[in-house]
Design a binder for this molecule. Sequence first.
Ligand code: UN1
Length: 511
Amino acid sequence: MTSLTYALERLGIGSQPNAVWIGGSGAVGSGDELRSRSPIDGSVLATFASATSADVPAVLTASIEAFRTWRTVPGPQRGEFVRRVGNRFREFKDDLASVISWEAGKITQEALGEVQEVIDICDFAVGLSRQLHGLTITSERPQHRLSEQWHPLGPVGVITAFNFPMAVWAWNAALAWVCGDPVVWKPSEKTPLCAIACQAIVAGVLKEMPNVPPGVSTLIVGGRDVGESLSVAPELPLISATGSTAMGRAVAESVATRLGRSLLELGGNNGMIVAPSADLDLTIRAIVFSAVGTCGQRCTTLRRLIVHESLADDVVKRLRSIYDRLPIGNPLEQGTLIGPLIDEQASSAMHLALIRAKVEGGRVHGGERLQEGVPSGGVYVRPALVEIPTGDGIVQQETFAPILYVLRYKTFEEAIAIHNDVPQGLASSIMTSDMREAERFCAAAGSDCGIVNVNVGPSGAEIGGAFGGEKATGGGRESGSDSWKAYMRRATNTINYSTELPLAQGIRFDI
Ligand code: UN1
């Protein structure tokens, strides 16, 4: 892992970066001073003037202009641009991971994993650039052809969260670009350097490919007002937003008012059922990675463990002994598995949730703030395990911190009912060796989530599948499978190659 200063230098980023970017040209934001602080030790990583809604029109104009050319460039050539972006991410993988660790607090392994996720989605999108296919459908009329074409949609607004400060942008950007759409990115104010680093990578490719309009990649680092301006902008036919359910609802309302399209990937409250036949060694490892990895700050983090009553005591005992000796501390040090929470606000949300859990009859193990053996100036906590009698109260909420609620069940039907009884529907899993249970969990009356796993925890999805969930998670699908369709518009074509004009539905209309 390289040091931050060295990484930023290699990426060509100074200590007072610009907040507004159109390709490789930066401009000073028109807003207040924004400081990027490291959750590792609270140090200031960069200071700059943030963007405001006043900076949005310039970015929109550039992306509209870029769209006019980009949409006519053949898909595989757009893929070539993305291939080069992916290759640059390969080349600067360590530097980019270092920026993620410093700014988002991820341990080195997970930061490298995030950059790998960017590389993977670029590879996926390059292949896709030759496979943007539509159907040919048999026509009911003689000598007619009915078929579909997929066309570029327009500039896409991408709003992302701090916890995956590069990968979620890449899921959107790589697909949008091969689909012929420019990207307007508003990252989290908590991770501006990660976004500027990605923009620098793209700028490097733009230099090599002067025919690609710079407006295909724009970045605007600002607060809520910038997000609001993008949501209401008719220039952006699609807004893809990742973050809290409250944020997503606000975005969806604005976008719906102008009949735009939104792609939402919001809160999760992910559960795991541990059935009597589960392989316990594997189960314990899956639980720990998904519950405490990224310090509980993934939208796929395991938050609810639904354990069969015959195993519950044993599972809790084993987890407690692991939780007691988890290596928590500086995420840059080898051997650390749990880094810091993003900020004080996250720590108070965790604290309040644990107080409420106790009031609701929960037995809380861990969850305390750590001062010893961790860098000062950061917020370090021991992940909490909460044995709780009911899933009705605090368990219904997503607290973006490492809290794992443990609920017990008697029958499989009860386990499914408890599992689905939350507002969110992102990721889920079952640990079982009973194939009937596994299949029932995956079937129509089983898990109601967008991600349904067997003998794997709910977090750590591969990019090849569609990512997202139902209910309060927002219903959007990003990343793999056919998620690309959200970034394009479909045209249905009817072509008549006969000399007659037969009408559909057998209608006669003789003149
Ligand atoms: C997120 O937390 O917003 O499946 C994304 C996972 C990661 C992506 C998480 N591949 O945990």
